[in-house]
Design a protein. Structure first.
Lengths: 232, 443
């Protein structure tokens, strides 16, 4: 075979690192079973859709008093089982942002080593409350470090707020889109949680088709929060 | 069900004429919704997010009518293996959707889930699950494709690709998800045809199938880019290898296949630095048929492809052409023996064809329907009967190899050929003797 007609990134596979960050504080306890069930469905969608799973590289993180890696960014073929999340504790955003930056650094390295052309990571953040970090704005320093303009892989944020989530906080964090559930009641929150995860999944599937991040246009049961600075 | 000739309601329908049945998809790609048409089993309506622009409308209309001018064998192939658009859906004077056939049930399969308890239901089976490691395929409860299945799938993809190219149809969206396959036989069904261009189409993203010579989106896509995409699918389907670089899949072909004329043609498509150097898909098809003919075919990738090309019982359900059967199995039709459009044996007579029994001319928006089956005797070239359905003409530079004529005469039998040659030789000798004797005075 002769020399390839092109070089460089022509044959590199694009990869989108995607992080689903779930608020698993005590207030989410009523939705624990629903959360776990929906997580399984999300992974099954990746499992039966090679075109999605070869572009979208998903990792799930949870945060309450402390953050945890629920599932690392692993090849779907290698995933044998999924841990379930439990909901308890506070809603500390700062440690979660700190963990996120570390995960992005190592995950991008892994994807590049595997020969992928990595696009800017995206974080889907789901929360039902306001930050409980102390002092109040302590989380902002970690957030700013994660979003440091000098740090090339700074991620995009798409946020979904329900229950007691704060519009101001969502607005402060989001860079691509923010959605706030229209009904804060407990019954409506279950539907809102499902709606958010479905929206995230649809966004990932659409992104896999176009090979770039596709922002959800509208989310059932949510209103879109206008953002001051949309980076996307 | 015939996916093009089976539609009998005209090429333009209104929304009330395509009542909504079960929804199949919402807000996917350029479509707002895809649903089954209530009371019309097997037919789908796809509604666009935005009404089509006038040029898009013209393009779709030309596409819908294009098979009217095709030879019968081509129509038969489209009827079996593509969801060719059959009608525009209009609302408030604009085109708001399109009607097309649903893929037949044999192109559906149940892919087993792993993590959740969600029920698995039969879904369209995309090439994704042919271009995968056998281990991954079987883990999903699907049958690992054997050599015959892979070969059959590739043959069909090449035939469909060559057909498109003959009619200057630019599909461009040759992706893993836009072609379905039957895991029992390897038959292929191409979907999402309504966005095809004629002569060219605007650049689109090709996830996993990026063409190195059409990378930046500044060039319109043509059949030259389709040649590359089909060649890429070919090596990937044969080997099951879906690495980003198609050369990796090519490298997994058996050396015998690589060294065959088919292998060389593949190489030319994949390596060309100028799109016009890419050989036509008809050439790729011809060399493929030679390479994989009985007694001469070489197995492709050792891990995924082994054994002889054999069309199993279910592969020959009498629906269409079959690859030559090396195992003595039944073939529905004689094996293709001529290059390129070997299966094209005649033209569909459109002009002068019988009108509907009412004797009335076709209503506006209706189209003539081929009435002859594949293999009909040659007839005059087809004439589109609709004013807005001109026969496609090639605008791209013609490749070195001329398009195979669909009316190519059959070769005479060997005995007759021998007799004819002997007669011609004797006549020639006679003439030479007369010239030498009477004119030159030699003898």
């Amino acid at each position: 075979m002769t020399e390839n007609p092109s070089s460089g990134t022509a044959y590199k596979r694009k990869a989108l690192p995607a992080y689903l960050v779930l608020d698993t504080s005590g207030s989410m306890e009523p939705y624990e079973a629903l959360l776990n069930k929906t997580l399984l469905s999300i992974y099954d969608t990746l499992y039966v859709s090679p075109q999605v799973s070869e572009f979208v590289h998903l990792s799930v993180l949870s945060f309450s008093t402390m953050p945890h890696v629920v599932t690392p960014m692993t090849d779907i073929e290698d995933l044998e089982s999924l841990p379930s999340v439990t909901c308890s504790g506070l809603t500390n955003f700062g440690p979660m942002f700190h963990l996120l930056r570390g995960r992005i650094e190592s995950d991008l390295l892994m994807l590049r080593d595997a020969g992928s052309q990595v696009v800017r990571p995206v974080v889907f953040l789901l929360t039902d409350g306001i930050p409980t970090d102390e002092p109040d704005d302590a989380w902002l320093a970690d957030y700013q470090e994660l979003r440091d303009p000098a740090w090339k892989p700074r991620p995009q944020f798409i946020t979904y707020g329900f229950g007691q989530a704060s519009e101001a906080v969502l607005k402060r964090i989001s860079t691509a889109a923010a959605y706030l559930a229209e009904d804060a009641s407990e019954e409506a929150t279950a539907a809102a949680l499902t709606g958010a995860l479905t929206s995230m999944l649809n966004s990932l599937v659409a992104s896999a088709k176009s090979r770039r991040l596709e922002i959800p246009q509208a989310v059932k049961g949510y209103r879109s929060v206008p953002l001051d600075d949309v980076e996307f | 069900m015939n996916t093009w000739t089976g539609w009998t309601s005209g090429t333009v329908v209104t929304l009330p004429e395509v009542p909504e049945g079960a929804t199949l998809a919402e807000a996917k790609g350029e479509s707002q919704k895809v649903y089954e048409i209530a009371g019309r089993p097997g037919w789908l309506a796809k509604l666009y997010r935005q009404p089509l622009t006038a040029p898009e409308e013209d393009r779709l209309e030309a596409l819908i009518s294009l098979p009217s001018g095709m030879p019968g064998a081509d129509v038969a192939l489209l009827d079996r293996q593509t969801a060719w658009p059959v009608a525009r859906i209009v609302g408030a004077g604009r085109t708001v959707g399109v009607v097309m056939a649903r893929a037949p049930g044999k192109f559906f399969a149940t892919v087993q889930k792993k993590f959740s308890q969600d029920a698995s239901t039969p879904e369209p089976l995309p090439l994704d699950w042919l271009i995968a490691a056998n281990e991954s395929i079987t883990k999903r409860g699907l049958r690992a494709p054997d050599a015959a299945t892979r070969t059959r799938a590739v043959w069909e993809l090449l035939r469909i690709g060559a057909l498109f190219e003959r009619h200057d149809v630019v599909y461009a969206d040759w992706s893993y998800s836009n072609a379905l396959w039957d895991q029992d036989t390897g038959e292929v069904f191409v979907i999402d045809m309504d966005t095809c261009g004629i002569h060219h189409r605007d650049w689109i993203e090709s996830p996993g199938g990026e063409d190195p010579l059409f990378q930046d989106g500044s060039r319109a896509l043509t059949t030259y880019s389709d040649r590359y995409k089909v060649a890429m699918l070919t090596v990937r389907c044969l080997t099951g290898h879906r690495g980003a670089d198609p050369h990796a899949a090519y490298g997994r072909l058996e050396p015998g296949v690589q060294q065959s004329a088919f292998g060389k043609e593949l190489e030319r498509v994949l390596d060309a630095t100028d799109p016009t150097d890419r050989p036509e898909l008809a050439d790729l098809l011809t060399t493929f048929e030679v390479c994989y003919a009985p007694g001469r075919r070489q197995a492709a990738d050792g891990t995924n492809v082994s054994g002889e090309v054999r069309v199993r019982g279910r592969a020959s359900r009498g629906r269409g052409d079959e690859l030559p059967d090396s195992g003595g199995g039944h073939t529905a039709n004689p094996p293709p023996s001529t290059p390129g459009a070997a299966n094209v044996t005649g033209w569909v007579p459109l002009r002068g064809r019988p009108r509907p029994s009412s004797g009335a001319p076709p209503a506006s928006g209706s189209r003539p329907r081929p009435t002859s089956s594949p293999g009909t005797a040659p007839a005059p070239a087809p004439q589109p009967t609709e004013p807005r359905a001109p026969r496609a003409t090639r605008t791209t530079p013609p490749a070195a190899r001329p398009t195979v004529s669909a009316t190519r005469p059959r070769s005479p039998s060997r005995g007759r050929r021998l007799g004819r040659v002997t007669t011609q030789l004797a006549a020639l000798l006679g003439v030479a003797y007369l010239i030498a004797h009477f004119l030159l005075g030699w003898l």
